[in-house]
Design a protein around this ligand. Structure first.
Ligand SMILES: [Zn+2]
Length: 444
């Protein structure tokens, strides 16, 4: 399939290149005889002359016997000054011997037209068919064109995903659990796609990508979100949630239960509540221990670990913490939970171990504490933050802590959208998928 896709364009390219060469090459030689003629044009079959022949000198009648065509007289040979030039010893006709073609070549004047035309006719019938010429320069051009064409086809065939025009699903295996850490800039959004077709979206990025996110999800083939989780009502997590709710079919909506004092009055939050109301959706309050999704056959489940009870007014610490178990592997999503929540989770005795940790609060120093990291003991850590963000995320201490523990770090600011695929035993990361941001690198 891959070979067929570039073979066609390459063959077309070769054919067009060859046609161009065949069409253009003869022009180099398509010059009329340089001899002066009083009447009529030169005879075209004798026009392969590269050099202007000398004007004919008075002399005996030309030897018009056909044998002369292949065997020039000694006088003719004497008159031949240089290789490739032509001599002429005919008073009434312009007659030359070509050292290049080894033939007599001539044109004629009116008084010789008839006899010369007969000669030409006979001579023409005796001419050997042209041998195909080999044009080194044209061949070189053709080879270069083929090489460039082949390279171009191969380039676009093997183009990395980060240069693609739209999010590609070609890298995703539908039989595996696919976790996309979407690059929404300085925000969070993770899409979980399960083998049975269930889609779970944790957070929906910022207001800056609220128009792009639903389209991005649709491009991935997502038309329904079965479980939609808003970890906490900050704009960098729920900015695009209203458009997602309005654009896609929504199953379950899960949000933390906020105290009256902590409930925001922002336009962003109200817009989300409006969208929920418009769709007539019910909100499931996030509680620790709740299982939002389970497929026993596939051994896949999504369990909530937080929010735990707290009287903190810090919205970050209301974050829903969710653990996705996929066979023998697991992912831990922590929203913007800070050290206080991490300590509470450690104290709760919950199984925090996970192979992939989505670092809390965009890699801020407020989260991913040493004890929490030791309990989770991940093999890979994902940091979702904006390129050159104003918050200094991720913080150097967190990055150093991860590096010191030998944990692989994946960052949306540096590697765009990330894809982690899990078959139950192994997790494979793909980086460089298209960003949801329309102008991340200033390319519009
Ligand atoms: Zn945040």
């Amino acid at each position: 399939m891959a070979v067929a896709s570039w073979l066609g364009p390459t063959v077309n390219f070769l054919i067009s290149s060859f046609g161009f060469i065949v069409k253009c090459a003869p022009f180099r030689y398509n010059k009329y005889c340089g001899q002066p003629h009083q009447h009529g044009p030169p005879i075209e079959i004798f026009t392969k002359q590269l050099h202007r022949a000398p004007r004919p000198e008075p002399g005996p009648r030309p030897n018009t016997r056909p044998a002369a065509a292949n065997k020039p007289s000694s006088q003719t040979r004497q008159a031949r000054p240089r290789k490739g030039e032509f001599s002429c010893n005919s008073p009434g006709a312009c007659c030359h011997y070509s050292t290049k073609s080894r033939r007599l070549q001539f044109s004629y004047r009116t008084d010789r037209e008839e006899s010369m035309a007969r000669y030409v006719k006979k001579y023409s019938s005796q001419r050997k068919p042209k041998k195909p010429r080999f044009y080194p320069l044209w061949a070189l051009f053709a080879a270069a064109a083929v090489a460039i064409g082949g390279w171009a086809v191969q380039y676009f065939q093997d183009r990395p995903a980060d240069q693609a025009d739209a999010p590609s699903t070609s890298l995703a295996d539908e039989n595996q659990t696919r976790v996309y850490f979407l690059d929404v800039g300085q925000g969070d959004s993770e899409l979980i796609r399960l083998p049975d077709g269930v889609n779970i979206l944790i957070d929906a990025g910022t207001n800056a990508t609220e128009d792009e996110l639903p389209e991005y999800l649709k491009d991935l083939g997502v038309s329904r979100i079965d479980v939609l989780i808003a970890t906490h009502p900050h704009e960098d997590h729920i900015g695009g949630m209203d458009t997602v709710i309005r654009s896609l079919e929504i199953g379950k909506v899960c949000m933390p239960d906020l105290s009256a004092d902590a409930t925001p009055t922002t336009k962003t939050y109200e817009s989300v509540l409006d969208a929920i109301a418009e769709k007539g959706l019910k909100v499931t309050r996030a509680t620790p221990g709740a299982v939002l999704y389970e497929n026993e056959t596939a051994d896949i489940r999504l369990t909530l670990l937080a929010p735990l009870e707290n009287d903190d007014d810090n919205l970050n610490n209301y974050s829903v913490v969710a653990k996705l178990t996929c066979g023998n592997r697991s992912f831990l999503f922590t929203g913007d939970a800070e050290k206080e929540v991490e300590d509470a989770l450690l104290a709760s005795g919950a199984d925090l171990s996970a192979d992939v940790l989505k670092c809390g609060h965009h890699g801020s120093k407020t989260s991913t504490s040493a004890d929490f990291l030791a309990a989770v003991h991940p093999g890979a850590a994902v940091i979702s933050c904006g390129l050159d963000n104003d918050y200094g995320h991720p913080s150097d201490p967190v990055v150093k802590r991860l590096n010191k523990a030998g944990i692989s770090i994946y960052r949306t600011d540096q590697q765009d959208t990330l894809l982690a695929q899990c078959d139950g035993d192994a997790i494979a990361f793909t980086t460089g998928l298209p960003s949801v941001l329309p102008d991340k690198y200033g390319q519009g």
